[in-house]
Ligand binder design. Structure first.
Ligand code: PEP
Ligand code: MN
Length: 339
């Protein structure tokens, strides 16, 4: 059974938390979900909203009592662990910034082990902000010291998916459930419906989605949050396809081809980004050449480029003629921009 976690990026006010939970409960009548809200927010800039802090834990308790929902929040320090567990929060997650720091993750593990009176039902670990599969895997291992079930959350890096990193972790630890966080992975509410389709396509174990009763008024991550109604519209086709898939597919069909294709899409995206940036630099070179009366075509420079790229090709076992063709194409497009 898939795990879904919905709720706002941050708990902003009692009204916003309760209204979002109420609307979610209405639109997700047949889809069990855990309610999320960040209380302590690890924000990039100190002049932005940093979260309400401890006071907001009471609003999550109210969500538990009023709507019978389980609740989740992010912890970044041992003190957060003690306060959140003390308030009866059901699930804790470790965010991407904390996940990049093994000392901080270990301190959280130690606090989880020391807290014998209350336990998180599972501990969720997002991928680190940098695409480091080994660090993510190391964090999973660290958290296993607590004997609490561990769930990985793929939230991408720099608002892009890192399918290659997620695939590495999936292959190394097929026993650890993995959720998709399309909100942080894209930073863009418009991309959420398409990204949610990846849950089924890649055989993931669910999703964590940022949902806010008034996304445009959100105090953090406003561009990526969606309203409960939009969540319902994004989820409907996926959930009905999931039901159908469970009827017609054999259990645990291999998703290896889908993962490899996701890796290819990620690499093509990087390739495209690199080509676009190369063209931009090429235009700047064109301006410099014009200002200094230098002809766009510099045969000696092109010979040097080709020779260097041929060496790369040799080292990586790629056909020399293919490399020549590619760089011929790139170079002639660059020249066009310099004319
Ligand atoms: C969040 O889930 O609100 C959050 C801060 O996520 P991340 O750590 O992935 O940036
Ligand atoms: Mn957020």
């Amino acid at each position: 059974m898939a795990t879904y976690i919905f709720g706002p990026c941050s708990a902003e006010s009692r009204e916003q938390v309760l209204r979002t939970a109420h609307e979610l409960k209405q639109v997700c009548a047949n889809t069990p979900f855990i309610f999320r809200a960040g209380v302590w927010k690890p924000r990039t800039n100190p002049n932005t909203f940093q979260g309400i802090g401890e006071e907001a834990l009471a609003w999550l308790q109210e969500v538990q009592q009023t709507f019978g929902l389980e609740v989740a929040t992010e912890v970044a320090t041992p003190e957060h662990v003690v306060k959140a567990l003390g308030a009866g929060i059901d699930y804790l997650w470790i965010g991407a910034r904390t996940s990049a720091n093994p000392i901080a993750v270990q301190a959280i593990c130690d606090a989880l082990k020391a807290n014998v009176n209350a336990k998180s039902k599972a501990i969720l670990i997002k991928n680190p902000v940098n695409a480091d599969a080994a660090l993510w895997l190391g964090n999973i291992e660290r958290l296993e010291q607590t004997a609490i079930p561990v769930i990985a959350v793929h939230r991408g890096c720099n608002h892009k998916p890192c399918w290659s990193m997620a695939h590495t972790v999936r292959l190394a630890r097929p026993d650890i459930p993995m959720l998709l966080d399309p909100s942080h992975l894209s930073g863009d509410a418009e991309q959420i419906p398409a990204l949610l389709k990846k849950v089924q396509e890649l055989g993931l174990d669910g999703a964590m989605v940022e949902v806010h009763c008034c996304p445009e008024e959100a105090l953090s991550d406003a561009k990526q949050q969606i309203s409960p109604i939009r969540l319902r519209d994004s989820l409907d086709p996926i959930l009905s396809r999931l039901c159908l898939a469970s009827l017609i597919c054999p259990p645990n069909p291999s998703k290896e081809l889908e993962w490899l294709r996701a890796e290819i899409d990620e690499l093509d995206d990087q390739l495209w980004d690199t080509i676009a940036r190369r063209m931009e630099v090429s235009s700047r070179i064109g301006e410099w050449k014009k200002a200094h009366n230098v002809a766009p075509l510099q045969p000696e420079r092109f010979r040097q480029i080709l020779a260097a790229r041929q060496l790369w090709a040799q080292k990586s076992g790629i056909d020399a003629a293919f490399v020549e063709q590619i760089f011929d194409l790139i170079h002639s497009e660059s020249l066009k921009r310099q004319e």
